[in-house]
Design a binder for this molecule. Sequence first.
Ligand code: NI
Length: 260
Amino acid sequence: MTASNLSAGHAGPNEPEPTLRLADQRVEQYRRDGFIAIERFIDEADVARLQELYDQLFETVRVSAADRLDLVATDDGATATIPQIMYPSKYIPQLLQTQAVANARAIFRQLLGEDAVMSFDHAISKPPHNGAETPWHQDEAYWEPELEYRSLSIWIALQPVTIANGCMSFIPRAHHSGVVPHRHIGNDPAVHGLEIVPGAADVSNPVACPLPTGGATVHGAQTLHYTGGNTTDTTRRAYIIAGATPAHPRPQPRTFPWRT
Ligand code: NI
């Protein structure tokens, strides 16, 4: 699997046709709020296929240490609190032939433009009775500050998600103000994950997005989002597919001090 396979913008020979197109009203809602929730992103059969591939990914496939990141714990070999695998489709190329990826690519083109391609995917597995939250952040805070991005992420629920097992929450309309100051979680530089600096944004009125199995949320690179811990008896699994148009140098440079 090469980067060019991963970023192929259009359906390959084995990729199904998309089964989803957003109504104009949903597109407007996305632009206004910075996110939307889609109750039925893929159907049961495709969820079952994803679950099967997901089990292979976490149980049998050898994933390089560089692609096994813990969102919250430090990368010093301590027990992972939220196991995360970057670029799962690099290890399991069959993921690229799923309905989830076909529908994601259709949404990338619809919301970002015809030159939008799949740029990244990851798998996050939040174990039962795990209090670790993914604190408020904007995805763009992780990226090169010199570039301008047109990008979004689709977060697909592989079982029902609720506040109790860590569904996504967002701050509506907070994506028009640029990237706010971030820091390493808990202000500990050894932790990979980022969080907004306390007080950098008003997160007092979040919108939680519970979803049925196969539902998904769509959010932009500057949309503030959060997931809580998993207080239930079962693992909360999510497959995330990101898309982007080619990034360009920003006319007005900026700095992200937390990345240095
Ligand atoms: Ni994020």
